[in-house]
Design a protein around this ligand. Structure first.
Ligand SMILES: C[S@@+](CC[C@H](N)C(=O)[O-])C[C@H]1O[C@@H](n2cnc3c(N)ncnc32)[C@H](O)[C@@H]1O
Length: 770
């Protein structure tokens, strides 16, 4: 009997049997915890405690490092080596695209530093291992290879081969057989998963991969930790690298930390990789390992292809059709880009500098060979997006301003007289109207222009999703504004059609489509207006009336609900005062100061809201005819009320013939003026510049310059259209001075007639180039 006097009121008495049970229980618990944590404890011991000194070479170092932990390797790396699954999923999609024209060509995959073979097993989910003619796992560490051998034996894969070799001079058996294959260009796919940072001779390794990778269809996939240099180089800016920068603590800490395990994170490896190969995709993430708020290890996922890949089509599209010469001065570039002599530095390349002007410049030299071609040049699908350098001004656009386009394209098409021979110039916005014109008439070229890269990312996503998804998924994304599997669709299907920049943006902003309670249309700046409308309707207790309004089958019923329930709310003095507020005008409605002034010159805010809304509600049924206001009221579209690109037939038209109607898209990330400067004279036949001239101050020289460029680029007989908050905008006269004939398409006269389904502008103008 054991007695614990300290507890006695009397004292607690425990029999020896009970004590023995307690000891057994505690021992079992300890054993359970230890057995559960054995993999982690082994990992901690070998990675952080076990001394790595005395190994004479890389092989000895690796064997010593991994021999005691090979069996627990896979279990302990799941959270640490992030992005492996994404890299493989992305690679599978890109490989399919790259090999679309030669599906029967021999396909060999070399997984370098493949360790336990975990990635090869994982890849089977995305691209069956049986679809490869041969898979080679190359690694120098025998203990890890033993795990791989067992794994592959269990799977019964006869086309997977393990080679214990140093990666920097790896040799495939098929290069040595009697019926030898020429190593040059013989490999279709190479992966480096957390191995590039470990392989000492990385220059040799990457040169060798470049030599053996197929020039046209070859793909290199890399995932690894990294740290970035202090300032992004011009080449890095051309590739684009959202979130690539590392703070100095992060940069130094992770380099030193990983150096203990012979993992090298200095920027040299990644820089050489991106120099040697053309970048297809690049994503920078942070691994919040174990302690999410403290540990944020930078890692990247990167896909690339040999610089010998034929990118002449992209160069033609960008430089000849698009007047865009960004990032074209690579050692491999076939185009001599010339500039003024500048003895001190390489002059910055300007966006949209006309090629003809460059060639005619005197006293010119060939620009230095840096930087190599941008990631846009190596896109594996249609070259919709034109290259741009990341610019400080882009930081002001952290997201998209417009998630939908706020002008009526049906009215545009009535006046555009569009045909297949037309070349158009439009402001990108959310791309809805550009897609409408493509469906309506399939014009030859549609230049979509926006300073805000996120607007380009949005239109790219629409184009890419249209090419890669079926209608139900597409409508869920852009009709309902919600798709729980967006992340999976993005990586597996949509990504091969996206530029690297657009992929990065959507990967970071996945939740724009995956938050059940918040439709995509409630994101971005325009989302604030929709959220505010919801809030006002909730406070006013008319949410159900809003739903009833959107369900009305007749105009009479619609007008009745409007007049009795919603009009008193929207024309309430508090709401009218809010709409007068310049901060609200800009942030929620996207109306800048100058335009607001024009609007107020035409009448009061009360009159403006009344003249906008009354005729709309009495002319168009929300349920079937006016998708603009239906979206604002409901936060999503419906199959009966949505933009043309979201209808079954519009979607089918854009997808038909491998998306040939979408081939016309050229997405520029620059100012209207700069893009116009890059285009050849008389190369446009139609331009729609929305209401953007309203944004300038009266008599601004910028308007003169822009209209002068329009006059140069629009061919005689071509049209320019614009809308304005003023009934007679001051800048009409600038067009007339520049040899345009200007005529009103429509001018608002009061609250009787709606000019179109948006009815927010006071006038709509057409200028014909004489
Ligand atoms: C961090 S592990 C990654 C393993 C595996 N790719 C993964 O993602 O789980 C790095 C691998 O690179 C291998 N490695 C390092 N240096 C090597 C070299 N010179 N030649 C071949 N393999 C090497 C190591 O043996 C190890 O398997």
């Amino acid at each position: 009997m054991l007695t614990f006097p300290a507890f006695s009121s009397g004292s607690i008495q425990i029999s020896s049997n009970q004590a023995a049970s307690a000891v057994v229980l505690v021992t079992c618990l300890v054993l359970l915890v230890v057995s559960r944590l054995t993999p982690q404890l082994t990992f901690i011991w070998y990675c952080f405690v076990h001394p790595l000194t005395g190994a004479k070479d890389q092989k000895a170092r690796l064997d010593k490092f991994y021999e005691g932990q090979a069996d627990v390797y896979d279990a302990t790396r799941r959270g640490l080596l992030r992005g492996r699954k994404t890299m493989l999923n992305l690679s599978a999609g890109h490989l399919r695209t790259l090999r679309a024209n030669c599906p029967d060509k021999r396909l060999v995959w070399v997984d370098i530093g493949g360790g336990t073979g975990h990635n090869i097993e994982l890849m089977d989910q995305f691209l069956p291992i049986s679809s490869f003619d041969a898979v080679y796992l190359i690694d120098l560490c025998e203990p890890l290879l033993q795990v791989a051998r067992k794994r592959f034996a269990q799977r019964g894969w006869t086309n997977v081969h393990i080679l214990c070799q140093d990666a920097s001079d790896f040799v495939l058996p098929e290069w040595q057989n009697s019926s030898s294959v020429d190593p040059k260009g013989s490999v279709g796919f190479v992966t480096l998963s957390y191995s590039l940072s470990m392989i000492p001779n990385f220059y040799n390794l990457l040169d060798r991969i470049d030599h053996v990778l197929s020039p046209q269809e070859g793909l290199l996939g890399v995932v690894d930790f990294y740290t970035a240099g202090k300032n992004a180089s011009l080449h890095e800016k051309a590739i684009g690298g959202e979130s690539k920068e590392c703070g100095w603590i992060s940069r130094w800490f992770w380099q030193i930390w990983f150096d203990f395990d012979n993992v090298h994170l200095s920027p040299a490896r990644r820089s050489y990789l991106e120099y040697r190969f053309g970048t297809i995709k690049s994503y920078n993430g942070r691994n919040r390992f174990v302690l999410p708020f403290i540990v944020r290890i930078p890692y990247y996922i990167w896909l690339g292809r040999p610089r010998t890949a034929d990118i002449s089509k992209s160069c033609h599209v960008f430089e000849v059709e698009g007047g865009n010469t960004i990032g074209n001065c690579s050692p491999a570039s076939s185009i001599n880009v010339t500039k003024e002599i500048d003895s001190t530095s390489v002059p910055p390349l300007e966006l949209g500098f006309p090629i003809t002007e460059q060639q005619s410049e005197s006293n010119a030299v060939i620009v230095n060979i840096t930087p190599p071609l941008s990631s846009f040049h190596y896109q594996v699908n249609k070259p919709w997006r034109l290259p741009y350098y990341e610019h400080p001004v882009h930081k002001e656009f952290r997201t998209f301003v417009y998630s939908f386009t706020w002008e009526d394209p049906y009215v545009d098409v009535m006046h555009l007289e569009l045909s297949k021979d037309d070349s158009m110039f439009v402001i990108t916005s959310a791309g809805d109207n550009a897609l409408h014109y493509a469906i309506a008439a399939s014009p030859r070229t549609i230049h979509c222009v926006d300073m805000n890269p996120c607007q380009g990312h949005l239109l790219e996503l629409k184009l890419a999703a249209m090419q890669s998804l079926d209608y139900a998924d597409f409508f869920a994304l852009f009709g309902e504004g919600y798709h729980p599997n967006f992340r999976y669709l993005l990586d597996s299907k949509i990504a091969p059609h996206l530029s690297s920049s657009a992929y990065q943006f959507w990967r970071i902003n996945v939740d724009a489509f995956t938050t059940p309670s918040k439709s995509f249309y409630l994101h971005g700046y325009s989302g604030w207006a929709l959220k505010l409308a919801r809030f006002i309707f909730t406070i006013a207790g008319v949410r159900t009336d809003v739903e009833r309004l959107c369900e009305c089958e007749t105009l009479d019923k619609q007008v009745q609900i409007w007049q009795q329930k919603l009009r008193p709310v929207l024309l309430n003095p508090v709401i009218v005062a809010l709409m007068r507020n310049p901060v609200f005008c800009w942030n929620a409605l996207g109306v800048p100061m100058n335009q607001r002034r024009m609007l107020l010159d035409e009448g009061s805010v009360y009159e403006y809201v009344r003249d906008t809304m009354d005729p709309l509600l009495s002319t168009y049924l929300l349920k079937t005819e006016n998708y603009f206001y239906l979206l604002c009221l409901l936060g999503h579209y419906t199959p009966t009320s949505c933009p043309l690109y979201l209808t079954h037939s519009g979607f089918k038209t854009l997808k038909a013939n491998e998306g040939s109607a979408a081939n016309s898209f050229r997405l520029h990330t620059d100012s209207i003026y700069n893009v116009l400067r890059g285009l050849n004279s008389w190369s446009l036949t139609r331009a729609l510049i929305m209401d953007h001239l309203d944004w300038f101050t009266v008599n601004s020289k910028d308007v003169d310059e822009e209209v002068t460029q329009l006059a140069r680029v629009v061919a005689p007989g071509g049209f320019v259209f614009w809308r304005s908050a003023a009934k007679h905008p001051w800048y009409n006269e600038v067009f007339e001075r520049s040899k345009f004939r200007v005529e009103a398409v429509a001018i608002r006269t009061g609250s009787e007639v709606a000019l179109d389904k948006v009815n927010m502008y006071a006038s709509f103008w057409k200028a014909t180039k004489l």
